[in-house]
Design a protein around this ligand. Sequence first.
Ligand SMILES: [Fe+2]
Length: 716
Amino acid sequence: MGVRQRQLWVFYNNDTLKCCNQLFFVEMARDLILGLNQYTHSAAVCVLDANGKMLFCGEKERVSRKKNDGGDTADLVEHALNAVGAELSDVRMVCANNHLFRIDRFHDSIDWSTALFQYRSSYVSDFNLLPGIERLELSHHLAHAWSALPYAPFDNGIIVVADGMGSTLHEMQMPGENYFTDFGLEKHPQFHEVERKDEAFGWREGESSFLFEGGNIQQLFKRFIPEPSPSLLYNYGFENMSSLGALYSRVSSHIFADWNACGKVMGMAPLASEWNKDYEHQPILSGSLDDLVIDWQRLRDAANPNQWADEDNRGAYASLAADMQSDLETVMLEKLQDLRAKTGAKNLIFVGGVALNSTLNGRIHREAGFEQVFIPHYPGDQGLAVGCAAFAYAQLNNQQLPAQQQALSPYSGVEYTDNDTAAALDDWQDWIEEADLEDTDVADVVAQAINDGQIVAWFDGRSEFGPRALGNRSILADPRRGEMVEHINSAIKKREAYRPFAPSVLEEKVSEWFDDASPSPYMSLTVQARADKAEQIPAVVHADGSSRIQTLSENDNAKYHDLVQRFEKLSGVPMLLNTSFNIKQEPIVETPADAMKSFLDSDLDLLVINGRLFQQRKFPDMLTSSMIPLAAPNFTAESVSNSEGDNMSVRVMVRGETFDIEQIELGLLEVCNGENTLHDITDYFKENWDVEQDTIMSHLQGLYSRCLVSIIIPQE
Ligand SMILES: [Fe+2]
């Protein structure tokens, strides 16, 4: 027993987290279980309680604000324990995965590696190493499998894992204390492993399949892929690997100079015929997954790598994307049908990064022949944290699975309070103002605004886990307005103009608007919009007539469902355009402060945070000479001149961000000290530099739009 002064997270109705600062009594250790994806991209944590209830899931990127962030998990674990009101001493067991190398051996030498300045000091933080806590380690594809099997809406079937690369065969074959791999599983009578016949520096998991009944798992299929390059090459020579995920990623790297832009490739594939009038399918992959033939020459000879900006390349890029997408679908569907025929399995779990491919997923639902298909909202490597936690729970509880929730909720992050919103507003109130709703319901205001063509950032409740925003950290717009696609892509998300948007559709109305629509609560599959409806919703239908739908029920998210219903009453359309609330390729916003910052940095019209409505303060229409412009506090500046003394560039650093500004703007910032009035400032620039008042006003407005200057309006 003890008393601690710390943050308290109180559970309301057993599943809502609220935070307040006060004294509370700690009764006993809580026997929490931590699952971790550690040291590689998409680092993540999952916290289960002693009964297997999922308390929290989160990704490092949301805390560090670096997309797909990897490395150590010290800050993330501290964040997660704060979120559930726990301390390290409350943790009973930790289970982790890292596909690049074995963590137990890495930890053996981490003190010395850090001493050699190879790693940051956070690597040796107790929150990262978790000393004294019983520790398990799970191989990569087995962790993917465990991420979904306790949470599927069925208790038997096959699991298929497909991603870029999993664990190395060499390490999987080396037993280690508390290290678990496929090799500890029984083999199904139909088990098949693809023969390893190439020359290789090593072998890695490419695709795996398991058959499961409850928590009993058997090996069904394995394809190890060769490492054709020495592992010391950047990212282990990933670009030369032959898993379906790695091959797709190679196309992504070729077009976008980004191995992890596979969603952009998928979105581009339907444009091949439009961008290349002579397009005809030329296979890159042929044969079955058991004996896959890869046209490496085609991949190596593909022209103009990493030159997306040159529009002349787009026909060839889209052709490559379409060929790879089509071949992926063919190979994967053939394998799934083969596994179903061999086992008679009725149900499928599909996980791994390839299961983010919603076009493939749509075809699997329609064509693979399974009665039920389950793809969690975290099929990528963030989901490994869930798999590790579920596996550890089973180890502690005689192989029982964690308690299955009614429906797996994607809203498993932190719910921020009014205090958090107030603190954020303190920082941004010079540029943001709260609207007085009086007796109006915020949902009515937002539905009307969207109906009128406005774009609204909607922040509500606990944050989502996984790559999709599903109504709690979303940007919402009118799906009837085709012009929204280019506007949101370019002015708000700052991304490629062709990229499609997805609708959140009322589940009860989905079949009126889409063909063969299976439930898709996590926005994980595409379906065809009905021919008689597609033209009514151009902003959420792609070039090939498909839409990546989120089916939305009241049980999934009552407030968001209600909002869509209100929009339907105004528009007759039971859906909203829903894209994740992030800008400039940043991670999805996590906190009210992130939300306000992104709101101010974009062309969004309205921001709603937990039912409170905000709008940007406009630069005053009428400036009076007594107004006082004030520079952002604590800015620092860097001015670069050439040898002739001519100014080359000016940068200011404020709030941890860097802005390029003009030299005159630096001069303005220096005199906006909170004492000089507008009149003083314009006079000063006119007398000393012969700069006209209009020029000063124009620069002042530019500084205001970047939140580098605020305007104090004196009280009369
Ligand atoms: Fe993976």
